[in-house]
Design a protein around this ligand. Structure first.
Ligand code: GLA
Length: 385
């Protein structure tokens, strides 16, 4: 991948002399979905697949963006002191938004640069290709401009870019795990305090299989922001809490009558119970109880399907077919939903059969093919020497 991104750099910017190469991972969330903007827990891990960037500083204030994933967009030129999102400048809004937020926060970035990106995360798949580009950009700017900034702060800058520059009201999960991933571990994060711990993921003779629905969606035009608003309305009705994640399921059951609208009550129910499931799932993994972990994953999907309503025929088919296969411990949608991917824990010896059977049925029901990836848990951002 290093050579490929350097080749892309040469194609776009003439030659690659002096260009440095950086990487940031994609992520998969094992459990704890739509809890991160509700002050709850999440349990994601970084992947070994992700985004690469080759970068070289310039002596002027121009920035030239290129992506090998979107060669048809050509080289997108911007000026260091632009201040607004520009729809005509396409994907460059993500890295440019990070640069803008860093400068707004007072970090000194006073030269332009040429950059080429190349990612091996399926685009728009719910494995966080955009957060990967955001954290990657923050990370190479930190290194190239000697910025005194922690990876946790880089995650917050990435989220600010997404919220205020791009216009998606996402939580902190994606940027946080991408900035702080650790090989072989999942990160148990309390999104109300940003305290976290690493839990080893020992799946024994099982593999993590990602099934990608190939239903493309961007969060900006999905109902993501609407879900967030529904949860905020529920919090307002409940009055004396800051977040839905403050409630245990029992507390929720006694107070839920205060939520005026039935839809908001169901959204809130998901957020409260999903947070509880995430706490339980983390305990289960700590105790090596993979069966319990898988059961909680399955319950998570049902709640996302019935109460949160973010799945759809594509993700539901992938999960229901997965659960019919031999050797499957658990399966659920992962990420925001509305398309994107599912994650399943599948016994080694049945992985091929799983891919064939789920893939065939998916094509029959949905009309186009799904893609499958057997993934490994990787670390956070780095420079590739
Ligand atoms: C997207 C967002 C995250 C999180 C998930 C759902 O990935 O970027 O902040 O809300 O959806 O869990």
């Amino acid at each position: 991948m290093k050579n490929e991104v350097l080749d892309a750099f040469s194609t776009a910017h003439g030659d690659s002399r002096g260009a440095r190469v950086f990487f940031a991972p994609g992520r998969v969330n094992l459990i704890g979905e739509h809890t991160d903007y509700n002050g709850g827990h999440v349990f994601p891990c970084a992947l070994t697949i992700g985004t690469y960037a080759a970068v070289r500083l310039r002596d002027d204030k121009e920035i030239n963006f290129y992506s090998k994933n979107f060669p048809e967009k050509g080289v997108i030129n911007r000026e260091l002191n632009e201040t607004e999102k520009d729809e005509t400048k396409d994907f460059s809004n993500y890295p440019f938004g990070v640069l803008y937020m860093l400068r707004q926060a007072g970090y000194k970035i006073d030269r332009g640069f040429d950059v080429a990106f190349f990612g091996d995360i399926p685009y728009c798949s719910g494995l966080s290709s955009s957060a990967s580009v955001e954290v990657l950009t923050g990370y190479f700017l930190k290194v190239l401009f000697n910025l005194d900034i922690t990876n946790k702060e880089l995650a917050l800058i990435g989220q600010k870019c997404e919220n205020e520059f791009i216009g998606v009201n996402c939580g902190i999960m994606d940027q946080f795990i991408i900035a702080n991933g650790k090989e072989g571990y999942a990160t148990y994060l309390d999104t109300s305090t940003l305290e976290f711990s690493y839990i080893p993921v020992d799946l024994k003779d099982n593999k993590l299989v990602i099934s990608c629905s190939n239903k493309k969606r961007g969060l900006k035009d999905s109902k993501y922001n609407e879900r967030r608003k529904e949860c905020e309305e529920a919090v307002a009705d409940l009055q004396d809490i800051n977040f839905l994640g403050d409630l245990t399921p029992d507390e929720f059951e006694t107070q839920k009558g205060r939520i005026k609208n039935d839809i908001n009550r169901r959204r809130a129910k998901h957020a409260v119970y999903e947070n509880y499931r995430t706490i339980k799932a983390c305990e289960a993994l700590r105790n090596d109880n993979l069966l319990e972990f898988g059961k909680l994953m399955n319950e998570s999907h049902v709640s996302l399907r019935d109460d949160y309503e973010v799945t759809g025929i594509e993700l539901d088919t992938l999960v229901s077919e997965a659960l019919k296969q031999k050797g499957v411990l658990g399966s659920r949608m992962t990420g925001a939903g509305f398309g994107g991917c599912t994650v399943s824990i599948v016994k080694d010896e049945f992985v091929d059969e799983f891919i064939k059977a789920v893939g065939d049925k998916y094509k029959e029901v949905v009309g186009y093919a799904a893609d499958f990836y057997v993934v490994s848990i990787g670390g956070g951002p780095c420079e590739i020497m």
